[in-house]
Design a protein around this ligand. Structure first.
Ligand code: PDD
Length: 280
């Protein structure tokens, strides 16, 4: 595989980063994950806008232009012959020597890494046909979840805990209300109404979420942006989540309680179809 590191296209074995890099030592880095379907990049503008926001919230600078970002994406997709897959992009604050809590001096170059991951089952994910089972866990992450940092230890622990219980993923709960999934935004459906948590520092502002809500409104569905509890989710007609890599994924069980019929519901199935049609 050919990957991108700080201006160079390299074989992955040759792409190495300093042990002093703050991404490695401090988790001082932000990232984006973008899907590729039929060789086409999905939601590019949205991901680039969010990247710019994450960088600016952390006072990190990276002087690549929008044109350069698109060029790198296109180059990696072409060189690796990606028809279906993901592009992972990470920008860390780089390094200026020994470990130090202070940011390095202004002008220290960031470390920019991008690589592709080929996938064969994004659009035709068999899980979308049967639905996902989730457990709830307390949301123990920091309180700036709107910044897409690489501090993903708790989400990893949550996915491991879910799998240890024979389930697929976890929904996080804070002050009695669902915040979001371990790596996705969550929704419940009641009749013609889609309920999803409003945007704030408590959740990541999903790029897929923006499109999903637009398509749902165009399909005459009602949208309510507010927090909801696990009990309300368990009593809903349907549940689902969205992310760049899963698109729209039905959820059929929360903490052992079956949602609706226990099969992916018509609203989630329809929205997944619309999302894929619009993206392709
Ligand atoms: N995760 N919430 C969290 C905590 C996430 O990590 C993600 C994305 C989302 C959905 O955002 P988007 O629709 O922009 O992908 C919500 C990515 C896919 C990941 O970490 O792999």
């Amino acid at each position: 595989r050919t990957v991108y590191l700080n201006g160079a296209y390299l074989p992955e074995e040759e792409a190495t980063v300093s042990i002093f890099d703050r991404g490695f030592v401090m988790g001082d880095a932000v990232y984006e994950v973008t899907s590729i379907l039929g060789g086409k990049i999905l939601e590019f503008e949205g991901h680039m806008n969010r990247l710019a926001r994450s960088l600016s919230e952390l006072e990190m600078t990276c002087d690549l232009s929008r044109e350069q970002w698109i060029e790198i994406h296109r180059e990696l997709i072409a060189r690796n012959n990606i028809d279906e897959g993901l592009v992972y992009l990470q920008v860390s604050r780089g390094n200026a020597g020994d470990r130090d809590f202070h940011y390095p001096p202004a002008g220290t170059p960031p470390t920019v890494v991008l690589y592709t991951q080929a996938k064969t089952n994004l659009a035709n994910d068999p899980k979308a046909k049967i639905g996902i089972k989730v457990i709830s866990l307390p949301d123990l992450r920091w309180h700036r979840r709107d910044i897409k940092t690489v501090q993903l230890l708790y989400p990893s622990m949550a996915k491991m805990a879910a799998e240890a219980q024979g389930k697929n993923d976890a929904w996080f709960v804070e002050d009695g209300f669902v915040t979001e999934g371990s790596s996705n935004n969550t929704y419940i459906v009641k009749g013609n109404k889609i309920i999803t948590r409003h945007l704030s520092h408590d959740i990541l502002h999903g790029i897929t979420r923006v499109s999903l809500l637009k398509y749902a409104a165009e399909a005459q569905m009602e949208i309510e942006e507010r927090p909801y509890t696990i009990a309300e989710a368990q009593a809903a007609d349907e549940a689902f989540f969205t992310s760049a890599s899963a698109f729209v994924m039905p959820v059929v069980e929360v903490d052992g309680a079956t949602i609706g019929s226990g099969k992916p519901g018509p609203v989630a199935a329809r929205l997944r179809e619309i999302y894929l049609e619009e993206s392709l």
